[in-house]
Design a protein around this ligand. Structure first.
Ligand code: SF4
Length: 381
């Protein structure tokens, strides 16, 4: 049977590095983009047999900022990918865009290449917060680009938002949520700001120059999203993700179902859907050098134990509001979820963090706020 595959293409360029960001991205430059495209072509060639043997159902161009490429570079990127990936089975093709780097010409190239979903990095609707995050766009760009997206016929638009920003009040977060609801994208993601080592934000927090909001405010902001978004017709389907009917991100569902995905480009991660996962070199130079020598640009590769595969299957599924069906676990591992995790399930249910029914398990409302504590319970010692 031909298996489905989710394909992720990492486009590692940005116009400017945001202060909180630890994603793999480099300053945009025409020569660098040409080298990257040449490297990506080699990588696609290396995986051509695998790509031909699978049915690519979802395609996701993430970054970095794919939309910082010129229209001509985007056209070259899509043409390249479609030389190795037939379009006919793809049901969802997403491009991550920055509101500050899209224009009509680029959108027409995307549309022509079969892109049917745009993920827009909105983050906030107050210029002061966007500037403090180091974003290149302002709130006005969000309205302008969203209007352009609709006029160019994109019917599936997702907004990414960040909350718990330094200096952000609950009222400002509410203003962002309500402003976004008024625009009515099909999908909204709400992530709380994290301070990743190596970023300016991390350093500034260490130096006391930047103070994150207290935990209670962070929780109140999440609670507000849990109330406001469903009331406006956005059904929560994952800890941080909300969608209008049927517009859940299919590509990301592959991750949460712990199924196979292939990631290409610097720093991209892959998983065979069973016991092996691997990651690409995150340095552009090393990525290109390996491919120039005809090697896969691997930085790390790992064989998972059964215990780890089971734990990850549970943890990823618990991110989804529907949780994990006992039958799904049984089908995948030929073991009963309730026997494998008897002690943990009993403990978490007692703490009211997990809802356990004969059909399966899922986080309770309280569990949504303490998800990491729940996940730790399932990891092998
Ligand atoms: S645009 Fe996105 S990938 Fe680029 S620096 Fe900002 S957060 Fe990171």
């Amino acid at each position: 049977m031909v298996q489905d595959l989710a394909l992720y293409i990492h486009v590692p360029f940005c116009r400017q590095k945001c202060y909180y960001c630890d994603f793999i991205s480099f300053p945009y430059g025409r020569e660098q983009v040409q080298s990257y495209l040449a490297g990506l072509e080699r990588e696609l060639k290396l995986y051509s047999q695998l790509l031909a043997a699978k049915r690519v159902r979802t395609l996701y161009f993430g970054g970095g900022t794919p939309s910082c490429l010129s229209a001509r570079e985007l056209a070259a990127l899509f043409a390249l990918v479609h030389r190795y990936v037939p379009a006919e089975h793809i049901t969802e093709a997403t491009v991550e865009c920055n509101p500050g780097t899209i224009c009509r010409e680029k959108l027409r190239v995307m549309k022509g290449a079969g892109i049917n979903r745009i993920s827009l990095g909105v983050q906030a609707l107050q210029d002061e917060h966007l500037a403090r995050l180091g974003r290149i766009h302002q709130a006005g760009d969000v309205y302008r680009s969203y209007d352009l997206l609709r006029r160019e016929g994109f019917a599936n638009v997702a907004f990414d938002l960040i909350f718990a920003l330094p200096g952000q009040s609950l009222a400002q977060w509410e203003e962002t949520l309500k402003g976004v609801i008024e625009l009515a994208p099909e999908h909204i993601s709400t992530y709380n700001l994290t301070f990743e080592e190596g970023t300016p934000f991390y350093r500034w927090r260490e130096e006391g120059r930047l103070v994150p909001p207290p935990e209670e405010l962070d929780a109140a902001m999440y609670q507000l999203a849990l109330e406001i978004l469903p009331a406006a017709g956005y059904q929560q389907y994952e800890i941080a993700n909300f969608a209008k009917g049927g517009r859940e991100c299919r590509h990301n569902l592959t991750y949460w179902h712990n199924e196979a995905y292939l990631g290409l480009g610097p720093g991209a991660h892959s998983y065979d859907g069973k016991r092996r996962r691997w990651a690409n070199e995150s340095s552009l130079e090393k990525y290109l050098a390996a491919l120039a020598e005809g090697r896969a640009p691997l930085a790390a590769s790992e064989e998972l134990t059964l215990e780890l595969e089971q734990a990850e299957t549970v943890i990823l599924a618990l991110r989804l509001c529907q949780g994990l069906a006992r039958s799904r676990f049984q089908r995948r591992f030929c073991q009963d979820l309730f026997e494998v995790y008897a002690g943990s399930l009993e403990k978490l249910a007692r703490q009211e963090l997990l809802e356990v029914s004969p059909q399966g398990i899922r986080l309770t409302k309280k569990g949504l706020f303490f998800a990491n504590r729940v996940f730790l319970e399932f990891l092998p010692a």
